[in-house]
Design a protein around this ligand. Structure first.
Ligand code: ADP
Ligand code: ZN
Ligand code: ZN
Length: 834
């Protein structure tokens, strides 16, 4: 018997951490319009309905279960294209997670209604003005009663199997919003406008008569109408009436225009009110766009070298290694322009913190409305708008953070990964734990696009591959214009401390330099990569150190909010002045955070305007930008902050950068510590001295002779690389091997411990002892009430099949978690941990 039937089946991806795809039957009426990549609604588990993605269509009934029917097809054209389906399948495979987890990360939640979604009416919408079916009316009435209603609740009340489809139609018509969390409620994207009713158009005399009659009877209305005529410019051109004037802008800009008067004019039929959908991204006039900047000879040469590497040497990937301030962005702009002119798409990736308005504004002036911006600070609806914009062709160019690799491009020819060494390209939690630079390379491969990596301090892996000839390599060693690289001094903390010459946390050199810069009315940036006031408190009488209840880590003291905070789980409690073990008042704070530096500066330089930039001061949506604006306007003399300071900021008057404590970076227990320290110190140094003024950098350290510091000082990146690569080769670390990190988690320490040992034993059976390290007890061995054990798998780059190793690891984990004692065990897999 042939198992093939007439029936059409779809393998769908459920956006949940489930290991496999599920097969559903496609009902007759949907068979024509369903395609791979379409969103469909299916019932899954106990009475749950969920949006899933069709991966594949076929005629083969599943063997072990009866296929349930698809309830609804949400798309006429697929939400995911074939290239995305391939990319996501690769990601699930490579990063050892489930296809559902990839979909969950990829799709903006406005595009995936599920039972937890919230639904509300679009604010300010006039439902009466829309024709609705009876069922739609009933649904709208239910939603209207609530500010936001959860899908589950609505579905209980409505009991209509077509609810998904109905909601989607309402969403498409702009009547309702669907969003994941109540707090994600978006800002209205509609504008209410007024214009003159048709009967008054094209006849100046009639309009004049109307005006003079209003002037006597209703002067406020007269005034409002007059102002409308002025603002709209209809007397010069009647067609201008069509687009009207925003109602609010009429009365908001002129106190003499009363909202009531406008209302009255509407009532009389003189004005008509209407609504338009406006983009959340302000429009730019196409004829006001600027041409790309003229390149300096050095930039021009680099550009030619890039083109040569891509098209003559046929490299798919190239590294642009350009010092800070060399004007890499300007080179990108030229490449982007060329790619767009050829009719293809461009993706420009930036790390989270580098995506400031500074860069967006620069690009907007050149690329205008073609450019979409994809940022995690955006609301979900804004993300959905960019998604749809890429799909419709409205945005052929997107500048975005790591998750922009998920967007529905179908014709990329260029991908730029700026600051490619940045650790924030790696997603740590939740799965997929992907690295956007590496995903970008795969994305490039699928599109036959070129990938350009840019950095002043390339990742060691990247530089190594370039050295090996796998990537094209272009160096740009001079800064743009007259700008010079800053002079770097290393200031000896140990000696200063010994001789008792420290002023709080400052050596005499750094103190003196700050004083001079302030006197010259210049600006200073101070870097300390630790937020809070001090990393811990310590009782001098009994040795008590306050620790987190849920994690094995000391609580950071935040003086300004008088709180102790856990930087691992977010737990916080009030800070009391006394020891909670012995009651002593001799509780000392140990170590230095940004808050403490801020306070010390206020004591040392009472006249200076000091501000702080870290996670705590930039929580609000606008807070980060406001700080930057204030610093740019020179409302701030000294800006203290964490690594947020190091990226993408370009301030002319900053002539001094100080690093309070470099040792904390140099002695961090991680094989990448030296590389990271070099990158961070070089990047933060790069903030000093732009344009004509030469900048100065002072780095405080107890180990002033440390080779990494000398490399930063002399900018001997190659020397650092050579040394580090030797170490990595000797001890088997990337780029010489691939790493897979495994973290075993359990609420009981004995169980975590035993399970980790069992797992290591299993892994060693096939992979051998040398490839498996651990289990290790991590520095912080309990987080959020889970005890942690780490295992590291090292796989050579050649002579072993990576896919098979991953399969075997997955198999071992599965076997382990099937054991009765380990039912509650979690094993987190992190491929290429960073
Ligand atoms: P990088 O990203 O390499 O650190 P940027 O692209 O930020 O450097 O450039 C540094 C500064 O020099 C910026 O203020 C930029 O506007 C300016 N600049 C660079 N190249 C040009 C150019 N060709 N024309 C005008 N200004 C430029
Ligand atoms: Zn005590
Ligand atoms: Zn904690």
């Amino acid at each position: 018997m042939n198992k093939h039937t007439q029936h059409l089946y779809a393998d769908v991806i459920i956006p949940l951490p489930l290991p496999q795809l599920y097969t559903y039957q496609v009902p007759e009426e949907h068979a024509r319009n369903v395609q791979a990549g379409c969103r469909v609604v299916v019932s899954f588990g106990k009475q749950k309905t969920i949006t899933a993605i069709v991966q594949r269509l076929h005629h083969q009934a599943p063997e072990h279960y009866r296929a349930k029917p698809i309830l609804e097809v949400l798309d006429d054209t697929p939400t995911l294209n074939d290239l995305q389906l391939s990319l996501f399948a690769w990601m699930a495979d490579y990063y050892m997670c489930t296809p559902g987890e990839v979909i969950q990360a990829a799709l903006p939640s406005a595009l995936k209604i599920n039972t937890q979604s919230f639904i509300s009416l679009v604010p300010g919408i006039d439902i009466e003005a829309h024709t609705l079916s009876e069922e739609e009316r009933r649904i709208v009435a239910l939603i209207q009663k609530h500010e936001a209603l959860q899908y589950e609740e609505l579905s209980r009340k409505v009991r209509n199997s077509r609810l998904y489809g109905l909601l989607k139609q309402l969403q498409d018509r702009g009547l309702i919003d669907i969003f994941e969390k109540t707090k994600e409620r978006y800002t209205p994207k509609r504008q209410r406008k007024v214009r003159l009713a048709a009967q008054w158009l094209h006849d100046k005399n009639a309009l004049n008569e109307l005006l003079s009659s209003l002037e006597k009877q209703a002067p406020q209305q007269w005034y409002a109408l007059l102002k409308y005529i002025e603002a709209s410019g209809i007397l010069r051109d009647w067609t201008r009436n069509e687009s009207g004037v925003e109602k609010k802008s009429l009365y908001a800009t002129d106190a003499r225009i009363k909202e009531a008067a406008i209302q009255a004019l509407i009532k009389k039929g003189i004005f008509e009110e209407f609504e338009v959908e406006v983009s959340r991204f302000a429009a730019v006039d196409a004829d006001k766009l600027l041409p790309p900047p003229t390149l300096s000879p050095a930039q021009e040469k680099a550009l030619q070298q890039i083109v040569k590497a891509f098209f003559e040497e046929k490299k798919d990937i190239a590294l642009l290694h350009g010092v800070t301030g060399s004007g890499k962005t300007e080179i990108y702009i030229h490449l982007i322009q060329q790619a767009l002119e050829s009719g293809s798409q461009v993706l420009y990736l930036l790390p989270e913190i580098a995506l400031t308005t500074q860069i967006v504004q620069r690009l907007r002036k050149i690329f205008g409305d073609k450019m979409g911006v994809y940022h995690s600070r955006f609301s979900d609806n804004e993300r959905a708008e960019v998604w749809r914009g890429v799909q419709s062709g409205r945005f052929s160019f997107v500048v975005g953070v790591r998750s922009a690799v998920f967007l529905p491009f179908d014709n990329l020819s260029l991908i730029i990964v700026d600051e490619e060494h940045e650790a924030s390209y790696k997603q740590h939690e939740p799965a997929p734990r992907y690295h956007a630079r590496d995903v970008a390379m795969m994305l490039g491969k699928l599109h036959y696009a070129k990938v350009l990596l840019g950095s002043a301090t390339p990742a060691l892996e990247t530089y190594y591959h370039a050295q090996q000839g796998r990537y094209g390599y272009i160096a740009l060693q001079e800064r743009y214009g007259n700008a010079q690289l800053p002079q770097v001094h290393i200031s000896d903390l140990r000696t200063a401390q010994k001789k008792n010459r420290l002023q709080y946390s400052f050596t005499p050199e750094l103190y003196e330099a700050i004083r001079k810069r302030l006197e010259a009315q210049e600006q200073v940036i101070l870097f300390q990569n630790r937020r809070g006031y001090s990393p811990y408190l310590y009782c001098e009488d009994c040795g008590w150190i306050p620790k987190c209840r849920f994690c094995n880590v000391s609580l950071t003291y935040h003086m300004h909010e008088r709180a102790l905070r856990c930087h691992y789980c977010g737990h916080h409690q009030g800070a009391k002045g006394t020891c909670q073990a012995c009651g002593s008042t001799r509780v000392r704070n140990v170590g230095i955070g940004t808050e403490k530096i801020e306070d010390e500066l206020k004591l040392l330089f009472p006249e200076a305007r000091v501000a702080r930039m870290d996670l705590d001061t930039t929580r609000g949506k606008e807070a980060y930008q406001k700080l930057i604006d204030r610093f740019e306007a020179h409302d701030i003399d000294i800006l203290v902050g964490t690594q947020m300071l190091t990226k993408g900021l370009d301030f002319e008057k900053v002539t001094l950068v100080g690093v309070i404590d470099a040792d904390q970076l140099l002695y961090f227990p991680d094989f990448r510590a030296h590389e990271r320290a070099y990158q961070l110190l070089t990047q933060v140094s790069g903030r000093a001295g732009r344009k004509d003024s030469k900048g100065e950098v002072i780095i405080q350290s107890r180990h002033p002779e440390h080779p990494v510091l000398l490399d930063v000082q002399q900018q001997t990146y190659e020397q650092l690389v050579t040394r580090e690569l030797q170490e990595r080769q000797k001890y088997n670390y990337p780029p010489f091997v691939r790493l897979i990190g495994l973290q075993v988690k359990h609420s009981k320490e004995e169980v975590a411990h035993a399970a980790a040992h069992d797992l290591v034993e299993q892994l060693q059976k096939q992979l051998g002892k040398a490839r498996i390290l651990g289990p290790d007890i991590p520095l912080v061995d309990r987080v959020k009430n889970y005890y942690l054990r780490n295992i590291l798998v090292k796989i050579e780059r050649q002579g072993i099949h990576l896919g098979s190793v991953k399969k075997y690891i997955a198999h071992c984990i599965q076997q382990l978690t099937l054991q009765k004692d380990y039912r509650r065990l979690l094993v987190v897999v992190d491929v290429d941990p960073a």
